[in-house]
Design a protein around this ligand. Structure first.
Ligand code: SF4
Ligand code: SF4
Ligand code: SF4
Length: 446
């Protein structure tokens, strides 16, 4: 059921006012810089280092278990990475000063206006993840690289080009944000048609033009809206609303884009490979993933790429082709392929939730010790440094994961049915594909 949250004056005032957002941003920025410092100067023991524990256990747990499923791109509205670049670009921290943007302000090339580069950056991070996730210095280097690349791109290109086209996290947050029960939309598209200056896109003295380079008046999906709230501030007709809605509303309208379809395969495949590498019983697979640069690692790299970009899409294409034949469909195979890939959004999201539950419940105890001793230098700031490691709620893990995976499959089946009715193709083979993937994931996790 839809409910407009911004009709409550307190919520609207809090979202429109820049101060609450700025305060959260500053806290996040301090935490982010602290994670970098502890990565460079703290203990090299991963589970004793604030950088590793807070980025890959605490932040990841909040992001994948709560923030993305409930708030969609909510994290992007308080993420500290684009902040300094945005301030530099605007020449202001709060309200627009009323002059032209600083620096070069170039437009991002048309050919790169898609998420293929994000697919590439995510794949690169995923290939090196065993080292990034366990080595504080490497985590710090990745964070610094993202931070300075975001600053550099803000000085060369207009708006948030880094977030929109490069950030490795952005692609999957956007993909899964479609499933979230929260959206920002215009109330009445008719008002937008007659609105002359379109300040939501072009900016005004009340706020900046959409930093994510979308026209808010045409929003139909959550994928690329960073929930920054600028359009809520700039729209002179109070025509922007933040609404709650049923889960996966956006998925009723299937995607037509191949870059988004491949994002779904990358995420689905990466969750399965991670489950095998980090939780499976195969010592040699784990060793290969950790031995970056060795022959066995190159073997792992090839297998990783072949699984994600070859085997998964090929099997899926086969399923879609069978569906087309069964229905004697007239729709082009490519159209059915991209439409049905939308059904992999809930499946992939639930794979990640199930996988993350394993390592978050196993490792959450490290949060308390690293809070008291963030650098691993023997401090005991809050008296929790000596809390021994022990898994949390571990008896609930298997039932929870089973529930999540089976729920994800049912959700996928329902999304596949909707996609099938849009392109007039039987969803049954895609549901069989999703069932086989779920059984494989259950086997890897349990
Ligand atoms: S796209 Fe990436 S860098 Fe940009 S706000 Fe979101 S998570 Fe942060
Ligand atoms: S400023 Fe408001 S009314 Fe005008 S186009 Fe944007 S959302 Fe629509
Ligand atoms: S200005 Fe509006 S449409 Fe654009 S990213 Fe911010 S909240 Fe989303």
């Amino acid at each position: 059921m839809h409910c407009e949250l911004t009709r409550f004056p307190l919520i609207k005032a809090l979202l429109k006012n820049r101060w609450p957002q700025l305060l959260i941003w500053i806290v996040m920025l301090v935490g982010f810089l602290f994670a970098i410092l502890s990565g460079f100067f703290g203990t090299p023991v991963g589970n004793r280092n604030f950088g590793i524990v807070f980025v890959w256990i605490a932040w990841w747990a909040v992001l994948i278990l709560v923030s993305v499923p409930v708030f969609g791109r909510g994290w992007c509205s308080v993420c500290p990475i684009p902040l300094p670049g945005e301030w530099l670009q605007r020449g202001a921290i709060m309200n627009p000063p009323g002059n032209k943007p600083k620096w070069y302000n170039l437009r991002w090339p048309n050919k790169l206006r898609n998420i293929w580069l994000q697919n590439l950056t995510f794949t690169l991070v995923a290939l090196f993840s065993s080292v990034i996730l366990t080595t504080p210095k490497v985590t710090a280097i990745v964070l610094v690289a993202m931070f300075f690349l975001a600053i550099g791109m803000s000085m060369v290109f207009e708006r948030l080009t880094f977030c929109r086209y490069i950030c490795p996290v952005s692609g999957f947050i956007g993909l899964y944000a479609q499933a979230a029960p929260l959206e920002l939309r215009v109330k009445d598209k008719g008002i937008c048609l007659t609105c002359k200056d379109k300040p939501c896109y072009n900016g005004s003295l009340a706020g900046y033009g959409c930093p994510w380079d979308i026209f808010p008046g045409g929003l139909t999906k959550n994928t690329y809206c960073g929930l920054c709230m600028e359009c809520l501030r700039t729209c002179p007709y109070e025509n922007i609303a933040v609404n709650t809605r049923p889960f996966s509303d956006d998925l009723a309208k299937p995607s037509t884009r191949m870059d988004e379809a491949f994002k779904a395969f990358i995420m689905l495949g990466a969750a399965m490979i991670y489950a095998g590498v980090f939780l499976g019983p195969w010592g040699s697979l784990k060793l290969a993933a950790y031995s970056v640069g060795s022959m066995s690692w190159f073997g792992y790299l090839l297998a990783f790429l072949a699984f994600i970009f070859g085997l998964l899409p090929a099997l899926f294409l086969g399923a879609v082709w069978i569906g087309n034949k069964l229905s004697q469909a007239t729709a082009a195979l490519k159209k059915s392929f991209t439409a049905f890939a939308t059904a992999l959004v809930p499946l992939g999201l639930m794979f990640w939730v199930a996988f993350s539950l394993s390592f978050v419940l196993t490792n959450a105890a490290y949060i308390f010790s690293s809070l008291s001793d963030p650098f691993g230098w023997g401090w005991n700031l809050f008296g929790t440094a000596a809390i021994p490691w022990q898994p949390i709620l571990i008896t609930l893990l298997v039932p929870l994961q089973t529930l999540v995976l089976v729920g994800g499959l049912l959700w996928t089946a329902s999304t596949a049915r909707k996609a099938g009715s849009e392109v007039k193709v039987s969803p049954v083979p895609v549901i069989v594909f999703s069932t086989a993937a779920t059984i494989a994931m259950l086997g890897l996790l349990l």
